[in-house]
Design a protein around this ligand. Structure first.
Ligand code: FAD
Length: 406
């Protein structure tokens, strides 16, 4: 056991109540730390949080085996009684469509190779799919043509009911005595501050913007009737790398969440000779080109719903690093300030386990995992190995809103 330099009654202030902030508060409180405060701009469900959505994919395949191991730990946790009400083990179909860029096909091959014979995964969890008929064998709810689709089906995966899981985590934190403060009225004097503000980190800590770039992706929902929802019940998560992904209908609302894949959109602003991407709330709209991708995804897989209106269009922000590694480290030249950033669009699945990583760094007073260290030299990059397409600025694309194009 590592001795801790953090006393149980030390005042720890966590800024940001997304997955990292809440998971950190939960782990600290569960381990007996009794002076934890979480502050956020808004109360949950929080429109600025990347996790405030119906659902997020939970899968363990990564190009990098380090994250495969972490995600497998997380999946085990999701299946325990503490978390299982929020996890759905539906399976996960990962494919490319006809004429997909080579990069998308290569990414799938790397994901498959990283996981198919992993000793921690039940044997027989993976099946290659080479055409639409193969896909329909594993995902019979998909009745579309899916011409030229191929990839694999993973039974050891699913999704989490994201916003509900955050709310639950907050409730468990409250039970353990964690204090929550909303807005600007925090008057705590912390010995340690943990910044977990997701894509907003550059607005509080401009020095990190050489490592973390705020980027966004489009999300929308379609409404199913109770009969239609019953027909799609149990549908695995479907992710077509060059189009987008979707989930089974939400139990409570019958909404299917769909998101477009791509390299992401920045919102670059300049001040005092420096420029950085900062999140901008778009709560009624999405890039028109993403709406087209989502429409193609629906047409290819579930054409019976292609006439449905896209509802609740919005863009969702995360903080991208060039190698998709998180940053969980003390900020150089500061006293007790730890930053948790660079979620790189793949952190939500880690909700049950991420807080433990932050707790370890706080207790040791340093980060010993090389890849999670603050990097003075790394330049943020738009070239991400597993993302398809070209990064664009949100100001340069046409938006489609519920009222029409803008
Ligand atoms: C389109 C999209 C799809 C995704 N899909 C998946 C997926 O399928 N599976 C998966 O595992 N991950 C997925 N992710 C990634 C996942 O959503 C994020 O990694 C995760 O939610 C990031 O959590 P966070 O705690 O870092 O930030 P957030 O959840 O964004 O939380 C940050 C919090 O900080 C608060 N805040 C901001 N500024 C301040 C301030 N100045 N003062 C106080 N509070 C502040 C905000 O209000 C917010 O509550 C996806 C991301 C996107 C963008």
């Amino acid at each position: 056991m590592v001795s801790s330099i953090l006393a149980k009654d030390q005042n720890v202030l966590i800024v940001g109540a997304g997955l990292f902030g809440l998971s950190t508060a939960l782990h600290l409180a569960q381990d007996g730390y009794n002076n934890i405060t979480v502050i956020d701009k808004e109360s949950l469900p929080n429109s600025c949080s990347a996790g405030n959505d119906l659902n997020k994919i939970v899968r363990a395949e990564y190009e990098d085996p380090f994250y495969t191991g972490l995600a497998l730990n997380a999946i085990q946790e999701w299946q325990t009684p503490f978390w299982s009400a929020y996890y759905r083990s539906t399976g996960y179909l990962l494919t490319t469509s006809l004429n997909a860029p080579q990069k998308a096909c290569d990414t799938i091959k790397k994901s498959f190779a990283s996981i198919k014979d992993h000793p921690s995964i039940p044997p027989g969890s993976f099946s290659a799919v080479d055409n639409a008929n193969d896909i329909k064998e594993y995902v019979p709810m998909l009745v579309g043509k899916m011409e030229g689709w191929s990839g694999y089906f993973n039974r050891y995966a699913g999704y989490v009911r994201a916003a509900k899981a955050l709310k639950y985590t907050e409730m468990m934190c409250l039970k353990l005595g964690v204090k929550f403060v909303t807005g600007d009225n925090g008057s705590t004097k912390p010995t340690h501050t943990v910044l977990c503000v997701g894509a907003y980190i550059g607005t509080l800590l401009p020095s990190i913007t050489t490592q973390v770039i705020a980027k966004s992706w489009a999300v929308a929902h379609i409404q199913l009737s109770p009969n239609e929802a019953a027909g799609m019940k149990g549908c695995p998560v479907v992710n077509c790398r060059d189009l987008g992904f979707f989930f089974e209908p939400d139990d409570d609302t019958g909404l299917i969440k769909l998101s477009a894949n791509g390299a992401g959109y920045t919102n670059t602003v300049s001040a005092a000779g420096k420029s950085a991407s900062v999140p901008i709330c778009v709560n009624d709209g999405m890039p028109k080109e993403d709406e087209e991708l989502i429409r193609r995804l629906i047409q290819e897989t579930m054409p019976q719903f292609s006439g449905k209106e896209l509802l609740n269009k919005f863009i969702c922000w995360c903080g991208d690093t060039s190698d998709s590694n998180y940053i969980i480290d003390f900020v150089p030249d500061t006293e007790g300030l730890l930053v948790v950033a660079g979620d790189s669009g793949h952190a939500f699945k880690m909700l049950p386990v991420a807080g433990k990583w932050v707790e370890r760094a706080l207790e040791k007073g340093r980060q010993s995992i090389e890849r999670w260290k603050w990097k003075n030299t790394t330049k943020g990059s738009h070239e991400i190995s597993w993302r398809v397409g070209k990064v664009k600025d949100i100001k340069d694309v046409e938006l489609s809103t519920s009222k029409g194009q803008v």
